[in-house]
Design a protein around this ligand. Sequence first.
Ligand code: ACM
Length: 489
Amino acid sequence: VSVIAVEGDPFVLRDGVRVVAAGGTTSVTTATLVAERIGRATGFPVAVVQEPDHGRSAVVLRLAERGEVGVPDDLPDELAAEAYRLEVRADRVDVVATSGVGLVRGAVTFDQLATVHNDTFRWLPCTVVDHPRFAWRGLTVDVARSFLDLDALRQVLDVMLLYKLSVLHLHLTDDQGWRLQLAARPELAARSGATAVEGGLTGTYSRQDWDELVAFAAVRGITVVPEVDVPGHVNAALHAVPALNPSGRPAPEYSGVEVGFSALDPGLPETSRFLRDVFGELASMTSGPWVHVGGDEVQTLDADAYRALVRAAADRVRAGGKHVVAWQEAATALAGPDVVLQYWDQRSGRDEMVAAAAAGARVVLSPAPHAYLDMKYDADSRLGLEWAGHIGLRDAYDWEPLDVLPVPAAQVAGVGAAVWSETVRGVGDLFWLLLPRLAAVAEVAWSAPERRSWESFAARLPVHGRWWVGDGLPWFAAPGVAWEPADGS
Ligand code: ACM
């Protein structure tokens, strides 16, 4: 939002630098993360201390009231929680925020402002006051068609941290696979965790994996939103649970890339037991406020059956104390202030979305021609699909969320990038599709239109290529940016 250069000497990182957690236990978590990151980047051991410290070479993290942070009075609380003030002076750095998440956001900006000069890390003195434009700054990752293990997701979360994203939405089930072990329904992961799209990776998350993932995300100010997609995209469930099929026999496994052919059967008693068990347990293992019920691309149910099944899933989520997220198709079935609808397909559903927003639903904007980062960059891309066109870096950057749908700004929860895994075989492929485009969508989600431009973004991006190389992340040297030589592929 605002960065002001200040006169004076730079802050220089020296041996003996300390991160001071001056905000109680909330800030200790962030301080530890910051110390680890500085230590990894610089090779210095960095101590975390809790006592008030006014010595030299300290990075001080502190909680404060809104006024001290510099948050505008009319800023909604959900945005103020992520606001921060960063003051870099010659002898110390202060990060001030109203919450732990705000401290995380400020600490990342501090990281990003580092410059290397004669083998020392230094920061030019400045004051930054910042807050996001939207609270929901998401990334949807399809781990159903091709699996990503916990280590891969940790890498994804560290990149999301860098871009101040706030929601990791995991698409855990689809026709090709079921990735989450559920105590109430062990057969789902046991059978359909071993299947994937043709050539894709198989695997599942245990309950312990899940809890570790959620905790790793929380330290980074990221909420995990699990999705079990119903009533379509369910072949993996039909493969694992014979009683979900009218024949009583398991559906064959599916490794193709067609969509829309599978659906739950509203007439079978097992269907409601399945929804109860799956969404009940999913809600109970979710620490964040949201569970995603899918709802997209059903071609084999009539409208009444579709609505009944989506509502049945949503009722289980609500009974578990969570808010419901669903793809845009569910706008015909769900409304109300506890519903978030994710808009992806601009070819349809616009009027239904507008009506649902008028009835209180909030909206996450994932317009495929800008935000579906599994589209090819151009005709020569070695990975990706093309149904929504090619998405060059500028396509991912140059769009205005509030122009996507005619809904009131207050109903827009935010923006979500998405990456589907038909062509992804592991985390390297994933990053090649995400980087640099995820940085573009992240800036669309964080910054107001009057404070960003393609020219400025393109000029700021080359150093990111150096970071990705340093972190060993594959990326695509998209045209339009003066990347440093010998970088991406
Ligand atoms: C979707 O891309 N089917 C949500």
